[in-house]
Design a protein around this ligand. Structure first.
Ligand SMILES: Cc1cc2nc3c(=O)[nH]c(=O)nc-3n(C[C@H](O)[C@H](O)[C@H](O)COP(=O)(O)OP(=O)(O)OC[C@H]3O[C@@H](n4cnc5c(N)ncnc54)[C@H](O)[C@@H]3O)c2cc1C
Length: 667
């Protein structure tokens, strides 16, 4: 019997819980460095800490071999600006990100990424990941450098985004972590960070967790801790998250647990008030599963039902004359940054060449007839094969679902058209054609850039707590960037741990965590389950913290979240360790919801970059509010301070990127 269906058909019943349940059994795991989250950032943190000779444990919610957004693969690596072919410097790239974001990104993190992204990629190559065209499949292609055999995306002149065969990147990192004897603990749901004396704001000395198979309790004791649990709290505004938060770009484990752990321990966050219209997740088309012209499919010709081709423009509105131009900077460009690096708008001089932005109007006027199709046959052979082959074959979640399935079904990019979704015309405003903005209800918002605030060591305000991540780190980016910040945070955590005093765990804090962790297992079976609780949280966040908010709605949201804790949540029931894990995630969602609502109350001004709309403070972007508002908890009370956007170059830091980097990374 190999499948669920076979089992149910043959036995006529669903299987029993397949693991021994030992609620309350305590296990202790001691390490120098604890990494929470075994994604690409987390495994890099663990590997690089271990390489410095310290003992490392990883606490992972899923299974670290394939878990996380980066688990299924990657096709292009951003920020490798020190590669031998690049014409972009770390300063140029950092300034491009910072200025494009009008200052609303952690530029110190961007600088670290650009200083070390290429070195990190070289280490991946050492682990067995193919980063060059070693088999000469693309010899002579415009995007290939003949000497190094590196291949580039988006900007073939400035050559800083590298195409990689990253379909196996996660298993390779996992194998490296095993080789280094890292203690990998899968299927764990963390409940709290442990702090010295059990006090908010004190040094972090580990974490507690519940195993979601056996239900056993774990105390992780560590001198330093790295949080690397990935992006934002996807489930915060979703009903039925097992469907809607589990699309190709989301992860049901993305319940904001990392943020909640930090928030409850007293760590500082910035921009938690930032949000955006929800992308779509399980409500739209699986990303890259349909024809498109963006990201992996950048440069792909799009034709209408009559075969008429949609023109491409440069960011300055000029129509491009050739297909080659789509991959080259045009007059007025400094260089092309490339798509998907975790910043919102780009300044024109860094934006990609794109399908003409009048496409929606021209569809409505009947100039282009639906459906549209990707016509890869109009590309040169090298461009066609690198997109539908190397990239679709390496990109997360498209290797099997799209490349294998379509190829086996007979799709031939040399002659076949690849249909794009048929959707309301507004959906064609973005050339990825995922239907963002038309498939998700308008009141579903997702957290934007809100994340942990860190210093030049990627350390939080809490002693012993470091962050390595994409979305969870203020200034973090995408895949390559997450490897790089994980690697950096792991090293800094290990350096600290080498000389740090032994961690002392507060017994009362552990007992309190243990008691609350199992609370739901003692409740009546009549109690709500995690799905209902998650639904209630989503209802509150949608209604009271949607696009338009004011002091009254935000305070109501806080009141309702608080009431939920003592009503339905207090009597919620978990019938097995899996449900317990999901329910514990709901506790985290409430914490993150509170963080978002409280941060939103503190910003008494609307802000266009944060997509933040206060009805009671409608004036957009008043200059006196052009500042970060780091927020944390002390004795469960909110503490907020002002911080200039360029804090990373102000005292106590040095005035230049290079000086700060040298002081922190090269000691
Ligand atoms: C389909 C897809 C394609 C992409 N393609 C690209 C690309 O080509 N180029 C690019 O630059 N970026 C790409 N990205 C983005 C990139 O994958 C992410 O930016 C990157 O993986 C973030 O790394 P991370 O380690 O911070 O998070 P993740 O890779 O998401 O890892 C987070 C880890 O934390 C674990 N975790 C979560 N909650 C808990 C918890 N409570 N306790 C313990 N562990 C927990 C997760 O299971 C996971 O292992 C893509 C993303 C997706 C989804």
């Amino acid at each position: 019997m190999s499948t669920w269906h076979e089992y149910v058909q043959q036995t006529g019943k669903v299987p029993e819980w397949p693991y021994p349940i030992n609620y309350g059994k305590v296990n202790e795991i001691i390490s120098d460095v604890l990494v929470i989250g075994g994604g690409v950032a987390g495994l890099q943190a663990a590997i690089n800490a271990a390489k410095l000779g310290v003992k490392v444990a990883v606490l992972e919610r899923g299974h670290a071999k394939r878990s996380g957004s980066g688990g299924a693969g990657v096709d292009h690596w951003h920020g490798a600006v020190t590669n031998p072919c690049s014409k972009v410097t770390p300063e140029m790239y950092t300034n491009a990100c910072y200025n494009s974001s009008r200052g609303w990104t952690g530029a110190h993190v961007r600088y670290i990424i650009t200083k070390e992204g290429w070195d990190t990629l070289l280490e991946c190559e050492q682990m067995g990941i193919q980063i060059r065209d070693v088999h000469d499949e693309f010899k002579g292609a415009d995007f290939r450098d003949e000497k190094t055999k590196l291949m580039f995306a988006y900007d073939y002149k400035n050559r800083h985004v590298i195409r990689v065969w990253g379909w196996n990147i996660k298993p390779m990192l996992y194998a490296e972590a095993k080789r280094l004897d890292i203690n990998l603990q899968n299927r764990m749901m963390p409940t709290a960070l442990l702090t010295a004396g059990g006090k908010q704001g004190n040094r972090v000395v580990g974490a507690t967790a519940v195993n979601t198979r056996t239900g056993e309790f774990y105390i992780f004791k560590a001198k330093a801790t790295v949080i690397a649990t990935g992006g934002s709290a996807g489930r915060l505004a979703y009903f039925a998250p097992e469907l809607t938060a589990s699309g190709a770009m989301s992860d049901i484990n993305g319940a904001g647990v990392g943020q909640a752990l930090g928030w409850n321990a007293g760590a500082e966050f910035v921009n938690a008030e930032q949000s955006g219209h929800n992308r779509l997740s399980g409500l739209g088309y699986a990303p890259y599963s349909m024809g498109g012209a963006h990201n992996t499919y950048h440069g792909t010709p799009i034709v209408d039902a009559d075969g008429k081709e949609v023109p491409w423009n440069d960011p300055f509105g000029r129509e491009l004359k050739t297909v080659e131009d789509r991959f080259l900077p045009q007059p007025g460009h400094d260089f092309i940054l490339g798509e998907g690096i975790g910043i919102g708008p780009y300044l024109q001089q860094f934006r990609s060449n794109e399908l003409c932005n009048s496409l929606v109007d021209r569809i409505l006027k009947g100039e282009f007839k639906l459906p549209l199709y990707a016509d890869l046959s109009r590309l040169s052979e090298n461009e066609r094969r690198v997109i539908f082959g190397m990239m679709v074959g390496s990109e997360g979640k498209t290797r099997i679902a799209v490349y294998d399935t379509m190829t086996k079904a007979g799709f031939d990019p040399d002659k076949d058209l690849f249909q794009t979704p048929v959707m309301p015309a507004e959906g064609y405003a973005h050339s990825n054609f995922w239907g963002a903005g038309v498939n998700a209800p308008a009141n579903m918002r997702s957290m934007g850039g809100g994340a942990f605030l860190t210093d030049w060591d990627l350390r939080t305000n809490l002693e012993g707590l470091y962050i390595g991540a994409g979305g969870n780190l203020y200034g973090g980016g995408c895949h390559g960037e997450s490897h790089t910040t994980g690697r950096y945070a792991g090293k800094r955590a290990a350096e600290y741990a080498r000389n740090a005093p032994e961690p002392v765990v507060d017994k009362r804090q552990v007992e309190k965590e243990k008691e609350s962790a199992y609370h739901a297992t003692h409740q009546s079976k009549e109690g709500n389950g995690w799905k209902e609780i998650n639904g209630a949280i989503a209802r509150i966040m949608r209604d009271y913290c949607g696009k338009h908010k004011n002091e009254i709605t935000l305070n109501l949201g806080l009141r309702l979240l608080n009431e939920l804790k003592t009503t339905e949540m207090a009597s919620a029931y978990a019938s097995n360790p899996h449900e317990l894990g999901r329910l514990l995630e709901c506790h985290s969602l409430i914490s993150v919801g509170e963080l978002v609502l409280k941060a939103s109350l503190e910003r008494k001004a609307s802000n266009s970059l944060l997509d933040f709309h206060r009805l009671d403070y409608p004036a957009m972007d008043p200059p006196e509010w052009n500042k970060l508002l780091p927020i944390r908890q002390e004795n469960d009370k909110v503490k907020v301070r002002d911080l200039p956007l360029d804090f990373h170059l102000k005292a106590p830091y040095a005035a230049s990127y290079e000086e700060n980097y040298k002081k922190h990374a090269e000691n």
